[in-house]
Design a protein around this ligand. Structure first.
Ligand code: GUN
Length: 280
């Protein structure tokens, strides 16, 4: 048996169409500002894809590019200015920041109502408390993929591998909110294979090529690959190729979760604008 491909493009296109229709009906297009510090190739590429999709769906958008040697004070001043600008609906600071910049104080500074990444502690707290805040894009994208392909979460055993603030922790919270039974595993989990084998849905978000092997996956499971590694110049995920012979459904890498993450940035910007501007 070869697993069904859960195509990121299909889900991303559906979201983009819905968002662009809503934007067309608004009195003014929501305004999203990207902040990129330095020229890290992955960050340049990520911001470019997000910005292109934002333009395609009719958002107003611009990218502030700061030099790699920008100091903490200048970066924080830039964020304060964007917070103050009432015409800015969304602020996205691309991570990682180059050393020695410190991410945490920057993320805390972003106005939680403009925090389209959902990384501010207020939004993190709202997510875990079941309150209505902005939710990180990759976790939202993972749920959108599962929903699009009809994979039920209620009562499902979900094992998340990786406990990052960007993916592992927030996707665990979202799955819990949807009544899944969640195991949040990581590099020090004893017998990781047993935790992953117990799962109906595996979400691999570590960034170690091929970490999830076929022997770790329950036949018929759904496997979501979030890890991105470069091996011999090729992009590969955390999920080994043999998993496709065991699982029922797998997201490809590339072509899976990354595309849907980008779509969620524009959906979150629409959401932020509606909340801030009091649009229904
Ligand atoms: N770098 C890798 N993933 C992300 C993300 O989702 N948001 C931001 N801001 N930076 C990232």
């Amino acid at each position: 048996m070869v697993a069904e491909r859960l195509e990121g493009r299909v889900v991303s296109d559906a979201i983009a169409t819905r968002v662009s229709e809503r934007i067309a009906s608004l009195p003014i297009a929501p305004n999203l500002v990207f902040v990129r510090v330095g020229e890290d190739p992955a960050s340049v590429s990520y911001v470019r894809s997000k910005s292109r999709l934002a333009q395609r769906v009719g958002l107003r958008t611009r990218t502030l590019v700061l030099a790699a040697d920008t100091d903490q004070g200048t970066l924080e001043h830039t964020i304060r200015e964007l917070n103050r600008d009432d015409d800015v609906d969304g602020i996205l600071v691309q991570l990682p920041l180059p050393a020695p910049l410190d991410e945490a104080p920057v993320l805390v500074l972003i106005d939680p109502d403009k925090d389209v990444d959902g990384f501010h502690p207020i939004n993190v707290g709202k997510l875990w408390s079941g309150l209505d805040g902005l939710v990180p894009c990759t976790p939202l994208g993972i749920l959108a993929i599962l929903d699009h392909y009809g994979v039920p979460l209620e009562g499902a055993r979900v094992t998340v591998v990786g406990r990052s603030n960007l993916v592992g922790k927030p996707v665990a919270a979202l799955c819990l909110r949807r009544h899944a039974t969640v195991t949040l595993a990581h590099s020090r989990t004893r017998d990781l294979g047993a935790s992953v084998r117990a799962a109906d849905i595996v979400i691999a978000a570590v960034g170690r090529a091929g970490l999830v092997g076929a022997d770790m996956v329950r036949p018929g499971a759904t496997v979501i690959d979030v890890g991105v590694s470069r091996v011999d110049g090729r992009i590969v995920g955390d999920v080994a190729p043999e998993v496709w012979d065991v699982a029922a459904r797998v997201t490809p890498m590339p072509g899976g979760t990354g595309l849907v993450t980008v779509a969620m940035v524009i959906q979150n910007t629409l959401r932020a604008a509606r909340r801030r501007r009091g649009w229904a």
